[in-house]
Design a protein around this ligand. Structure first.
Ligand code: ADP
Ligand code: MG
Ligand code: MG
Length: 875
C-alpha cells in the first residue's frame, strides 16, 4: 500500500488522503510555485497506526526513507549530513483545517554535530544555534511531553541577564549555553537524552503528530466544528527554509483579501529574522504586510503575484503562510481563508464582478446562519464614548461585558447567562471554551493573525487585539491603562471594527444592510422558488420585515392586541359577559380598535398578503392570576375595603376558577374558542375586512388572508369559513367594495395532518405551525422539555438536534409531507407554507423546499437568512 506521496505526486482534490495542507502543498508544487520540496504521509497511515495499537503500518518506514532520498536528490543536501545537513519540518494536516490544534516540529535533523555543519555551511553560527534551541524545545514539548514553559523560563532568564527583549538578540555564547541547559531539562524531565539520530527523530516526530490527532484540544475542536473523529491526520515532512538567518529573512502570514471587511487588499503581517510560529504566537508584535513593500520591494511584488495566481487557481480568498530566506520567497501553506460574514459577502460579490465565480457559486459560498452577524447591533455612531485605549480591529462587531481574565471563569459566567469580555495578554487554543462563552475578546499582544483574532473572526465575535496600552496584571485580576485601573467585573465595551476599548456600557443601534448584502440577496431572490414572509404583529415589525425583503406576513398574531393596557378591561368585560348580548356589547367596543390594528399592518404591507391569525390563546390568559386575586380579596376584606369592589373581584375569581385548565396547551383555545363563542371571530373578521375596504377606498392594495388556528377536523373549518365569508360579504355590501376573500388554516396538530384531504377543500391555504405541531407530535411541551430533559436527549444522542430549533424531519416533517400531498390532492389550488420558528432555520428551510412548500415565514430579522437559504435549497 502506498502510504507516502511526494509533493509532486499529489493534487488539490486529494484532501481526504493527504489532508488539506498536504493536498495544497502538492497543488502549489505542480503549478510551479516556490514550495520547498517534501513528502506527505497519508491519513490512512494515521488511521492504520491507531488500528494497529499505535504501531506504524508495515512498509511505512521504508517508504518514508525512499521518499526522503528523492527529496535529498532534489535539494542536493543529505539528511544527517555533518557538513551541510538537510533539515525538515514535520507538520500535521487534517482534511479540515484545525489551526494550532495539532503539532508541528521545525528544524528536525539537527544534533550536536549537524548543528556545527549548518553553522559552517551558512557561515552563521548564531542562526544554527537558534534553530537548534528551537528544535530541542519543540521536539521535547511535542514528542517527549516536556512542558514548554521550562524552556521559556531559561530563555527569559538569559534575556534578562543580557538586558535584551527579543530572542534574536541573544548572542552565540548565550545560545550555546541555552542549548546545553535545554538538553539538561529534557534529560531531567523525560528521563532520556535528547535523541541524536536524525532518522530516529523523524520517526518519533511522525508518531507524535499522529498522536496529536487525539490530544484534548483537537478533540474539543472537532466536536465544536462537527469534524468526524475517524478522518485522521496526514503528516507533511518538508525541507526547511529559514526566516531566521538574518535581516534579509523573515516569515509571515497573509490573506489575499481583508478577512474582516472583504476589501480586496492584501492583509497580513510578518516578522523579520524570525521563524515559523513567532508570528502567530504573538511574541513580538509583527509588522503589517504593507511595510514589506518598502523593505523588500522585489519579494513583495513576487508575493503579490503569487497571491493572484492562487486566487485565480482556487477561485477563493486564500490564507497563505510564507517565509523569506535571504531575499527569496517560499510558500509554505495555502488554504481557503476564514472570514467574517461581512467579508464573505463582499468577497463573493466582488469575485462575481471580477468574473472569477458565477452568481450561483457566490450564493453557495455564504453560510446563511452567518448572516446573523450582520444583523447584529453596533455602537451608535453619535454616542459619546469614553475611549480608554485602541488596539487592532481584529474582528468587527461591538460587545459590552464584565472584564474577566481567565477562560474557565469566562465559561462559567457565560453559561450563567452573564456577558463577559475575555481579557488576555494573548489567547491559545486552550482558551477556546472561554472564548466561546465570551461576548468579545481583548488582547494586549499579537497581531491581526494571532490566535485570538483568527478564532474570533471564525465565530463572528468582536475582537480587539494587540492593544499594548493596556497592562494586564493576572495576579491582581486587573488591567491598567495609563492612570486608570479596570478590575475583574468592571464593565467595558470593545468595538472590533475600530479597535476601540471603551469604559462602561455603550448605546447600540440597529443594523443596516450593506450594498453587497442587498445585491447578493437579490441574486438569491432570482433563484429561489419559495416565497419568504415574516411573522409580524405590528406595523413597525411589518415595516422592518419589508425592509429586509419579506414578501408579506405569514403570521400576524392578534393576541398581543388584546393585551394592550387600554384594552384589557374591555377584553375582560367580554370574557366575564353573562350572555351573548353583553359579550357582543364588549366586542363592539373592541371592533374599532382591532380595525385600527389591521389598518396599520395591511397598509405597511401594501401589495403583499397578510395572514392574520384569529385569536389563539385560552381566555384565562387575559384574566388575573388566581392566587394573586385570592390574596387581593383577602387583603381588601381585612382592611375593610369597598364591598362593591370586593364583590366584583369575587365575581372575577369565580370566572377565573371556571376557566381554569389542567393543561392549557391542550385546552379551550384556537378555533375551539369560536366554536363556543363565534362572535369573537366574527368581530375580528369584521375588523379585518372593514380595514381592508377602507384601505382599498383610499387606493391602498390591502391583501388580508384569514387564518383559523388549531383546526383538527374539516367540520370546524367549514363552519368558521362560512362565518368568515358571511361577515366579509356584509362588510363589502356596507362599504360597496369587492375584496377577494381568503380563509386558510394553521396545521399544527397531527390529526389535521392525517385528515388534510378532508380539511383542504375548505381552505385556501395551509400554514404549518411547527411550534405546536412539534409539541403535539412529540407529546411534550417546549418549556418543560428545554427546562428539564432536552439536554439529556442531546447528550445521549437520542436527538441529534433540538427539534424545537431544527425541524424534526423524520417525524414532524413526515406529517408535513403527508398533509401537503393529501391537501393538494383534494384541493390543487391549495397554497402551503410554514410559520413556526423553523421557517427561519436553514436546515428546516431545505426540508420545506424538498416537501414542496410555497413559502416560509419567519421573524423579520431572519428574513435575509431565509432568502439565502431558500435560494441554496433551490439550487
Ligand atoms: P499550523 O497548522 O499550526 O499552522 P504548520 O505546519 O503550518 O502548523 O507550521 C507552522 C509554521 O511553521 C508555518 O507557518 C511556517 O512558518 C513554519 N514552517 C513549517 N514548515 C516549514 C518549513 N519547511 N520551512 C520553514 N518554516 C516552516
Ligand atoms: Mg500553518
Ligand atoms: Mg399554534
Amino acid at each position: 500500500k502506498k502510504w507516502v506521496y511526494l509533493f509532486q505526486e499529489g493534487k488539490a482534490d486529494m484532501r481526504d488522503l493527504l489532508g488539506g495542507k498536504g493536498a495544497n502543498l502538492a497543488e502549489m508544487t505542480n503549478i510551479g510555485l516556490p514550495v520547498p520540496p517534501g513528502l506527505t504521509i497519508t491519513t490512512e497511515a494515521c488511521n492504520e497506526y491507531y488500528a494497529n495499537g499505535q504501531q506504524f503500518p508495515a512498509g511505512l518506514v521504508d517508504q518514508i526513507k525512499e521518499a526522503l532520498a528523492q527529496v535529498e536528490k532534489q535539494i542536493g543536501k543529505k539528511f544527517g549530513d555533518e557538513n551541510n545537513p538537510l533539515l525538515v519540518s514535520v507538520r500535521s494536516g487534517a482534511k479540515f483545517s484545525m489551526p494550532g490544534m495539532m503539532d508541528t516540529i521545525l528544524n528536525l535533523g539537527l544534533n550536536d554535530r549537524t548543528v556545527e555543519g549548518l553553522a559552517r555551511a551558512t557561515s552563521n553560527e548564531r542562526f544554527a544555534l537558534d534553530c537548534y534551541r528551537r528544535f530541542i524545545q519543540m521536539f521535547s514539548d511535542v514528542v517527549l511531553e516536556v512542558p514548554h514553559y521550562q524552556f521559556e523560563t531559561v530563555l527569559e532568564k538569559h534575556k534578562e541577564r543580557l538586558g535584551v527583549h527579543y530572542d534574536h538578540e541573544l548572542d552565540v555564547a548565550t545560545l550555546r549555553e541555552v542549548v546545553k541547559e535545554y538538553k539538561a531539562i529534557t534529560r531531567r524531565e523525560a528521563g532520556v537524552d535528547f535523541p541524536q539520530d536524525p532518522m530516529e527523530q523523524l520517526l518519533l516526530a511522525v508518531k507524535a503528530v499522529f498522536r496529536s490527532w487525539n490530544n484534548q484540544r483537537a478533540i474539543v475542536y472537532r466536536k465544536i466544528n462537527g469534524i468526524p473523529d475517524h478522518l485522521g491526520t496526514a503528516v507533511n515532512v518538508q525541507t526547511m527554509v529559514f526566516g531566521n538567518m538574518g535581516n534579509d529573512c523573515g516569515t509571515g502570514v497573509a490573506f489575499t483579501r481583508n478577512p474582516s471587511t472583504g476589501e480586496p487588499v492584501l492583509y497580513g503581517e510578518y516578522l523579520i529574522n524570525a521563524q515559523g510560529e513567532d508570528v502567530v504566537a504573538g511574541i513580538r508584535t509583527p509588522q503589517p504586510i504593507s511595510t514589506l513593500q518598502a523593505e523588500m520591494p522585489e519579494v513583495y511584488q513576487q508575493f503579490v503575484a503569487v497571491c493572484k495566481i492562487l486566487e485565480n487557481h482556487y477561485k477563493d480568498m486564500q490564507d497563505i503562510e510564507f517565509t523569506i530566506e535571504r531575499g527569496k520567497l517560499y510558500i509554505l501553506q495555502t488554504r481557503t481563508g476564514k472570514r467574517t460574514a461581512a467579508a464573505a459577502l463582499k468577497i463573493a460579490v466582488d469575485m462575481v464582478n471580477e468574473g472569477l465565480i458565477d452568481r450561483k457559486t457566490a450564493i453557495q459560498r455564504i453560510e446563511p446562519a452567518s448572516l446573523n452577524q450582520l444583523l447584529h447591533r453596533r455602537i451608535d455612531p453619535n454616542a459619546k464614548l469614553d475611549v480608554v485605549a485602541k488596539g487592532l480591529p481584529a474582528s468587527p462587531g461591538a460587545a459590552s461585558g464584565q472584564v474577566v481574565f481567565d477562560a474557565d471563569e469566562a465559561e462559567k459566567l457565560g453559561l450563567n447567562g452573564e456577558k463577559v469580555i475575555l481579557v488576555r495578554m494573548e489567547t491559545t487554543p486552550d482558551d477556546i471554551h472561554g472564548i466561546i462563552q465570551a461576548q468579545g475578546i481583548l488582547t494586549s499582544r499579537g497581531g491581526m493573525t494571532s490566535h485570538a483574532a483568527v478564532v474570533a473572526r471564525g465565530m463572528g465575535k468582536p475582537c480587539v487585539c494587540g492593544c499594548e496600552a493596556i497592562k494586564i496584571d493576572y495576579e491582581n485580576e486587573q488591567f491598567q491603562v495609563g492612570e486608570r485601573v479596570f478590575r475583574k467585573g468592571d464593565i467595558i465595551s470593545i468595538d472590533g471594527a475600530t479597535g476601540q476599548v471603551i469604559a462602561g456600557q455603550v448605546p447600540m443601534i440597529d443594523p443596516e444592510i450593506s450594498a453587497e448584502f442587498e445585491l447578493l440577496l437579490s441574486w438569491a431572490d432570482e433563484i429561489r422558488t419559495m416565497k419568504v414572509r415574516a411573522n409580524a404583529d405590528t406595523p413597525e415589525d411589518a415595516a422592518k420585515a419589508r425592509q429586509f425583503g419579506a414578501e408579506g406576513i405569514g403570521l400576524c398574531r392578534t393576541e398581543h392586541m388584546f393585551m394592550a393596557q387600554d384594552r384589557l378591561p374591555i377584553v375582560q368585560e367580554m370574557i366575564l359577559a353573562e350572555n351573548k348580548e353583553e359579550r357582543e356589547a364588549a366586542l363592539a367596543k373592541l371592533l374599532p380598535m382591532q380595525r385600527e390594528d389591521f389598518y396599520g399592518i395591511l397598509k405597511a404591507m401594501a401589495g403583499y398578503p397578510v395572514y392574520i391569525r384569529l385569536l389563539d390563546p385560552p381566555l384565562h390568559e387575559f384574566l388575573p392570576n388566581q392566587e394573586e386575586l385570592v390574596v387581593e380579596i383577602t387583603t381588601l376584606k381585612l382592611t375593610g375595603g369597598d364591598p362593591a369592589v370586593i364583590k366584583a373581584k369575587e365575581q372575577l375569581l369565580k370566572k377565573v376558577r371556571a376557566l381554569h385548565e389542567f393543561n392549557p396547551m391542550l385546552g379551550h383555545r384556537g378555533c375551539r374558542l369560536a366554536i363556543t363563542w363565534p362572535e369573537i371571530y366574527a368581530m375580528q373578521v369584521r375588523a379585518i375586512y372593514q380595514a381592508t375596504a377602507q384601505l382599498i377606498k383610499e387606493g391602498v392594495d390591502a391583501r388580508p388572508e384569514v387564518m383559523i388556528p388549531l383546526v383538527i377536523e374539516a367540520e370546524e373549518l367549514r363552519k368558521l369559513r362560512e362565518l368568515s365569508v358571511q361577515v366579509a360579504k356584509e362588510v363589502m355590501a356596507e362599504y360597496g367594495v369587492e375584496v377577494p376573500i381568503s380563509v386558510g388554516t394553521m396545521i399544527e396538530l397531527p390529526r389535521a395532518c392525517v385528515t388534510a384531504d378532508e380539511i383542504a377543500p375548505h381552505a385556501d391555504y395551509f400554514s404549518f405551525g411547527t411550534n405546536d405541531l412539534t409539541q403535539t407530535t412529540l407529546g411534550f411541551s417546549r418549556d418543560d422539555a428545554e427546562g428539564k430533559f432536552m439536554q439529556d436527549y442531546l447528550d445521549q444522542k437520542i436527538f441529534a438536534e433540538n427539534p424545537f430549533i431544527v425541524l424534526d424531519t423524520r417525524g414532524v416533517g413526515k406529517l408535513m409531507k403527508m398533509a401537503t400531498q393529501l391537501g393538494r390532492q383534494a384541493n390543487p389550488a391549495l397554497k402551503v407554507g410554514i410559520c413556526g420558528e423553523h421557517g427561519g432555520e436553514p436546515k428546516s428551510i431545505f426540508f420545506c423546499q424538498e416537501a414542496g412548500l410555497d413559502y416560509v415565514s419567519c421573524s423579520p430579522y431572519r428574513v435575509p437568512i431565509a432568502r439565502l437559504a431558500a435560494a441554496q435549497a433551490a439550487l
